[in-house]
Design a protein around this ligand. Structure first.
Ligand code: HEC
Length: 235
């Protein structure tokens, strides 16, 4: 093989991958045109804008700084690329009391308003696209969802069902102090032991607010609804 063929072959094999994985998605997604809702198919008018509330910008920063994206994705793949829609509550809730089956694939619009789309690097832990929904309707049902998340962040193995969790504890996001006098406002109920108490730092609060905002299950306009994949999941 001549050097020329070698160099050409090398650039072609890396070049094609770079075009397909970096350039084409960048061009397709950098300027998303707003999607107009239509009364006939979507039952409402205006434009599609996923609703999320919480400290999204600050929380996403803490999420990035602590490398959560190394083990957690935020991308429910289309069915042809994986079985994410079938995993318990990843793509939405299978039997939401009000809305029924809310499971759907992630689309580029779900990251509106975020500086960086935290799609993640690997799937060591569960996908977090709909974590906020899951915590509210399931893990902390009837309780305070942020308390559940604080407890998980402090020590994931605290929950008897997760005794072998490999999610790293993030104790440095909490301040432990001795109670002298009355306890601090915002002290965590699970962190009271004798005369010491745990108070979440502002980073922990921002992160929990962000995690609770993760609800990528809002109904999508008909043009974004890839019905064939949906039809298959119906029981
Ligand atoms: C080393 C890989 C790793 C890193 C880094 C990591 N996690 Fe996890 N995480 C896991 C694994 C594995 C699980 C599943 C076991 C469990 O439920 O604890 C998990 C579970 C979770 C859950 C429960 C999800 C569910 O639906 O059951 C939450 C919430 C979570 N992680 C948040 C975070 C946050 C926030 C960060 C960053 C501050 C983070 N994780 C960093 C591996 C990781």
């Amino acid at each position: 093989m001549s050097l020329r063929t070698f160099i050409l072959g090398l650039s072609a094999s890396f070049g094609v991958a770079w075009l397909a994985i970096v350039v084409v998605p960048f061009i397709k997604m950098r300027n998303l045109a707003p999607i107009q809702l239509s009364e006939a198919t979507d039952g409402s008018t205006g434009i599609f804008f996923p609703k999320r509330t919480g400290r999204i910008a600050d929380g996403a920063q803490v999420y990035a700084e602590n490398g959560c994206y190394l083990c957690h994705t935020q991308l429910v793949r289309p069915t042809y690329a994986g079985n994410d829609l079938y995993r318990p509550d990843w793509g939405g809730v299978k039997a939401d009391p009000d809305r029924g089956d809310t499971r759907r694939e992630t689309n580029a619009y779900d990251f509106f308003g975020e500086k960086f789309a935290q799609i993640g690097v690997s799937r060591v832990g569960p996908d977090l696209s709909n974590l906020g929904r899951r915590v509210e309707t399931d893990y902390a049902a009837g309780g305070d969802p942020s308390q559940w998340l604080f407890a998980h962040l402090y020590n994931p193995r605290q929950d008897p069902q997760r005794w072998k969790s490999t999610c790293p504890p993030h104790k440095f996001l909490f301040d432990k102090h001795k109670v002298t006098g009355s306890s601090s406002s915002g002290a965590l109920p699970f962190g009271k032991h004798g005369d010491s108490e745990l108070v979440p730092s502002s980073e922990a609060k921002a992160l929990v607010s962000y995690l609770l905002s993760l609800k990528k299950d809002q109904a999508v306009p008909a043009v974004l609804n890839f019905a064939p994949a949906k039809a298959k999941i119906a029981p």
